[in-house]
Design a protein around this ligand. Structure first.
Ligand SMILES: Cc1cc2nc3c(=O)[nH]c(=O)nc-3n(C[C@H](O)[C@H](O)[C@H](O)COP(=O)(O)OP(=O)(O)OC[C@H]3O[C@@H](n4cnc5c(N)ncnc54)[C@H](O)[C@@H]3O)c2cc1C
Length: 313
């Protein structure tokens, strides 16, 4: 990165810690509780915001409702971030998130960029120990483009046309407002190790900022595999990321368990009440002389004998 280029930054500008602490939990609690209560919502709210209903009780209900995926309850609160020093590569990915978000981004039509060093050079290029002066050539190519941009402006080409010469490395600034449901969704995708490094870095800062005002809400901003319990990324079938096992592994273990080739050792892993729990296998009858044994291996469902269609997952 050129020496004067700003570093990537995400600051939570609204709400303040005081506002989050005082109001955010009660708002969500009121939304959740209204669904299960005869009380009118303003009474639930009064008790929540005055802490007549203790924070622990509010958190416990909110967590259960969130973990059950009843997402509308957490659409009632928003977070606004000031984002700067990110590239157009990043912003193009960020604004793909449509639901529950609002973005405003620095214009390349109305701003004619006088500084010519607000671009980012990725680490793999800047510190990549590359041959043939590739890093230097990268930087010179960007600098040349930006010089040309300046000359186009001097020749009175409008900024909206001169910008066609800009590379993806150009930095930009945005304001992003997002509700908590969408922030959890976005963090799930963008904190994943499969996400692009720059947007991952942004979401680590966003997570840090939310933690600063609320460790409770911050704790929900995790890669998507954490609440799922497994990784569903096709690019991680080799399990190079070890946060959670890949779905393929989970399914292979599951199939082995259903097929009876895995035993539960330390108490039941699958709850006794689960309809997916294989029942005890039939003991095969002794084979009389002259009986024909099947030569092929039967499918898992057939081996279990009792499994109905409904438990094929
Ligand atoms: C690792 C990674 C790689 C990617 N690679 C590419 C790529 O190569 N090319 C590319 O084009 N994009 C790529 N994307 C972007 C991706 O396809 C999505 O566009 C982006 O992540 C926005 O997420 P979302 O679809 O969940 O939408 P969001 O707007 O974040 O919506 C949130 C949720 O709301 C619901 N929703 C929103 N809008 C609708 C709707 N119109 N109809 C129904 N339900 C809706 C969905 O459940 C959705 O998941 C990539 C994303 C990631 C994380």
């Amino acid at each position: 990165m050129p020496s004067n280029a700003p570093a990537l930054s995400a600051k939570l500008i609204f709400p303040t810690k005081e506002i989050v602490e005082e109001y955010y939990l009660p708002i969500i609690y009121t939304a959740c509780r209204t669904c299960y209560s005869e009380q009118v919502p303003d009474k639930i709210w009064d008790r929540a915001v005055s802490r007549e209903t203790a924070d622990e009780k509010q958190q416990s209900l909110v967590r259960k409702v969130m973990e059950s995926g009843h997402g509308s309850t957490i659409e009632h609160v928003n977070f606004t971030f000031a984002i700067s020093g990110v590239t157009r590569t990043l912003s193009h990915q960020l604004v793909r998130h449509r639901a529950g978000t609002a973005f405003d981004q620095q214009s390349q039509r109305y701003v004619s960029f006088k500084k010519r060093d607000n671009y980012t050079v990725p680490d793999s290029i800047a510190n990549g120990d590359l041959p043939d002066d590739l890093a230097g050539r990268f930087q010179r190519a960007v600098d040349d483009n930006l010089d040309l941009y300046g000359q186009l402006l001097q020749a009175e080409v409008p900024a909206e046309d001169a910008r066609f010469i800009f590379p993806n490395a150009m930095q930009t600034n945005l304001i992003m407002t997002v509700n908590l449901r969408q922030l959890i969704h976005m963090s799930g995708l963008r904190l994943c190790t499969m996400a692009q490094w720059e947007i991952r870095q942004l979401f680590k800062q966003i997570r840090h900022e939310v933690f600063r005002v609320s460790p409770f809400f911050g704790s929900f901003l995790v890669p998507k595999c954490v609440p799922l319990g497994y990784c569903d990324e096709m690019g991680n079938r080799d399990e190079h990321c070890r946060i959670k096992p890949h779905r393929d592994t989970v399914m292979a273990v599951w199939e082995a368990y259903r097929g009876g080739s895995l035993e539960e050792t330390d108490g039941p892993v699958v709850p006794e009440t689960s309809p997916f729990r294989p029942r005890s296998r039939r003991v095969p009858l002794p084979v009389a002389d002259g009986d024909v044994r099947p030569t092929h291996r039967e499918p898992v469902g057939a081996q279990l004998g009792q499994a109905g269609d409904s438990d094929r997952v």
